[in-house]
Ligand binder design. Structure first.
Ligand code: PMP
Length: 413
């Protein structure tokens, strides 16, 4: 057979995998063939600085992770109904990163599944059937999670069991907006079971919520009879540093926390971490089982990721590197009308771009300049920078140089 070329792989993918239903990034999708640390290489030999991937939180192709997973795969890998010390070790280590009230882990295979399990726990615990979500939120791809993801709703469509409230704006208290959303739910015959929020409000455009906003979320959830879930799937794992979880900066303890993406460095993993009482309540009616959730090899990946994070002190480094990133981006933004406000903590940063067409042009120009980023927020007008945590100040400077070249290209038309 002929060697696979970029265009033949793309045509075969569109034919076999449905094209538009599962879009790829960038006008000319990249065929990534290898990675190392903060760098990715495509099939034509071009190296890109990765400013986007949080799955590779400890860097691409990390040898500690690869070796530990390979060793486990060569020994045994089973479904999750046998005892295995690697799995228990991961559960204990995750619990140790949380406030003491959050003492029980249920493993899943994705962020979506973690949120689904949390949703089941909450409906069972509260007897409610509705949810309260932030505008422009994203929580997953199943039917329920798509309903709870206001960013995914087709125009004019709002599921009747879901009420939507405002994202943090200038430190405003969310309670009035949440109370309005609860009234809408009641009109449709639903009591709220769960209020959920991405702690970094990433899909919402990256917002730094003050501690008072998190307290407002928790208090409003409890006043409505609902549990409060901090979705750390995207911003967790030390990204906002120096702590492991973004919600911990607020000192507010959620009822449930969901985690995922970086957890297995690409090995599919997620988890719900919650109070024992919620799990015990669920267990009066149900068992929970998911075949691939924390198999021994997945747990090996999970433990190796935690090892690398702590051995290299990546969460503390993310905070420092992020400060340099925000400061350099603010200086750059002040020099052009194309960029506006720069927001974010640690290594999750959003930059407002003047319009959607310009944001798209800028993203493509950035790829051509050698750096991979993404767009988020309402209308896709926020440039999202969310790199592996192995970034240091040199990576920031290289990224800003690429972005400067991309801005020049956009200005030149
Ligand atoms: N919650 C948040 C905040 C996310 O960003 C995502 C993924 N983008 C999910 C949940 C769903 O995770 P997964 O794609 O692993 O199902």
């Amino acid at each position: 057979t002929a060697p696979a070329t970029w265009s033949s792989v793309r045509a075969r993918r569109d034919a076999a995998m449905g094209g538009p239903v599962a879009p790829l990034f960038y006008d000319e999708p990249l065929e990534i063939v290898s990675g190392a640390g903060a760098w990715l290489t495509s099939s034509d030999g071009t190296r890109y600085l990765d400013a986007y991937n949080n799955v590779a939180v400890v860097g691409h192709a990390d040898p500690t992770v690869a070796n530990r997973v390979a060793r486990q795969l060569r020994t045994v890998n089973t479904h999750s109904r046998y005892l295995h010390p690697e799995v228990v070790e991961l559960a204990e280590r995750l619990v140790a990163t949380m406030p003491p009230e959050l003492d029980t882990v249920l493993f899943t295979t994705s962020g979506t599944e973690a949120n689904e399990v949390a949703w089941r726990l909450a409906t069972e615990r509260t007897g409610g059937s509705g949810a309260l979500v932030v505008e422009h939120s994203y929580h997953g791809s199943t039917k329920w999670m798509a309903d709870l993801s206001s960013n995914e709703w087709p125009p004019g469509h709002q599921p009747s069991a879901v009420g939507r409230f405002h994202a943090p704006r200038g430190g405003a208290d969310p309670s009035a907006s949440i109370a309005d959303a609860a009234v809408t739910l009641a009109e449709h015959g639903h009591r709220p079971a769960l209020l959920l929020a991405d702690s970094g409000f990433t899909s919402e455009g990256v917002h730094d919520a003050p501690a008072s906003y998190f307290a407002g979320l928790r208090d409003a959830a409890h006043a409505a009879g609902a549990l409060f879930l901090a979705d750390e799937v995207q911003v967790g794992y030390g990204r906002t540093g120096p702590l492991m979880w973004r919600f911990m900066q607020s000192r507010v303890v959620p009822d449930l926390v969901t985690i995922g993406k970086p957890m297995g460095a690409g090995y599919p993993m997620g988890a719900v971490i919650t109070r024992r009482e919620h799990v015990d309540r669920f267990a009066t009616h149900y068992e929970y089982f998911s075949t691939f959730a924390a198999t021994p090899a997945a747990a090996a990946a999970g433990n190796a990721v935690l090892d690398v994070l702590s051995d290299r002190a990546l969460p503390a480094r993310a905070l420092v590197t992020g400060e340099h990133l925000v400061s350099r981006l603010r200086t750059l933004a002040a020099s052009t009308d194309v960029l506006g406000e720069v927001r974010g903590t640690g290594l999750v940063v959003g930059v407002d771009v003047v319009s959607r067409p310009v944001a798209r042009q800028l993203l493509q120009a950035l790829v051509r300049a050698g750096a991979l980023a993404g767009l988020t927020g309402p209308g896709g007008t926020v440039l999202k920078v969310r790199p592996p945590l192995v970034w240091d100040e040199n990576h920031v400077d290289h990224f800003v140089a690429c972005l400067t070249r991309a801005l020049d290209q956009v200005a030149a038309g």
